[in-house]
Design a binder for this molecule. Structure first.
Ligand SMILES: [Ca+2]
Ligand SMILES: [Ca+2]
Length: 281
């Protein structure tokens, strides 16, 4: 990387037939400053296929953040989290390959993190239903009137399923987010805006306050690889503020981030991790 006008930290993650570069911003990006990400031409993959055109995207934050409630940043380890087998609703796993660990290597460099949580999963191909309820056993903080729940997920690109589960005050006592297919490799912020709709599990499908955190949940889809690893960091709730990224805005950016990479995909981001990049071969 050259000519970085904004303090960033770039990290390469190599995987099996897939790799990722994540850019962690060391300064808060702020509304309404416009930023530009520029990827120079001439980047090659392992087969020598070089890009011939630079790639640029201009973006701004939609709005700033107002209030954040931390659920768990994993800095104190994972003693508050049950192992997957402890939950009676976990089903369809290969128990010998399914576990959680505290990890100090794959971490969210955008938040000053030194620890994350690693989940190794193995799905039993002979089962007919698959669910891991990765239960948060601590007395969870009340969300108040939080609007978003967010966590950083380091995906393995195997397209298996992840969702949030929260406690609510309605029938069944729980609501879940829609499923997210983990089709990315590297860090990505995953968020659920409660008012955007729920998934289907226990509960009536409407959000009834007060809310608190219950679990991360996972499932399997036939045809996908059944063994993999995910990492989690910085689970939090963002209260009554709307924040996101608007891409391709016009105007003159105040800051430019210059990069060399092969393929790029800019997703919506939250807080200080600015840009998520993925190289899908
Ligand atoms: Ca952490
Ligand atoms: Ca409900």
């Amino acid at each position: 990387m050259t000519n970085a006008d904004l303090q960033v930290y770039t990290r390469y993650y190599g995987g099996n037939n897939v790799s990722a570069i994540n850019i962690f911003v060391r300064e808060d990006i702020v509304y309404p400053v416009m930023y530009r990400l520029r990827v120079e031409a001439g980047v090659e993959d392992m087969s020598g296929n070089a890009t011939t055109e630079p790639y640029e995207v201009n973006f701004v934050l939609d709005l700033g953040f107002v209030d954040v409630v931390t659920i768990d940043n994993f800095e104190s380890g994972i003693a508050n989290w049950w192992v997957p087998q402890q939950s009676g609703t976990t089903v369809g796993i290969l128990t010998d390959t399914t576990n959680i660990f505290s990890d100090g290597t794959i971490i969210n460099h955008g938040s000053g993190s030194s620890k994350s949580m690693r989940l190794d999963y193995g799905w039993d191909l002979n089962a007919s239903e698959w669910l891991i309820r990765e239960y948060y056993g601590a007395t969870p903080a009340n969300f108040g009137v939080g609007k978003w729940i967010q966590t950083y997920v380091f995906g393995d690109g195997k397209n298996n399923k992840f969702r949030f589960c929260i406690n609510d005050a309605g029938p069944g006592g729980h609501e879940v987010s829609p499923w997210y297919n983990v089709n990315w490799f590297g860090w990505k912020p995953v968020y659920w805006e409660f008012q955007s709709g729920t998934g289907t599990w226990i509960g009536n499908g409407s959000i009834e306050y007060p809310l608190s955190f219950d679990s991360y949940q996972f499932s399997y889809e036939q045809g996908n690889q059944n063994i993999g690893t995910l990492y989690f960091d910085d689970a939090k709730v963002l209260c009554w503020c709307d924040a996101g990224i608007k891409e391709d805005v016009s105007g003159i950016p105040m800051f430019t981030i210059w990069l060399k990479i092969i393929q790029i995909r800019l997703t919506q981001v939250r807080l200080s991790t600015l840009v998520y990049l993925q190289d899908q071969q």
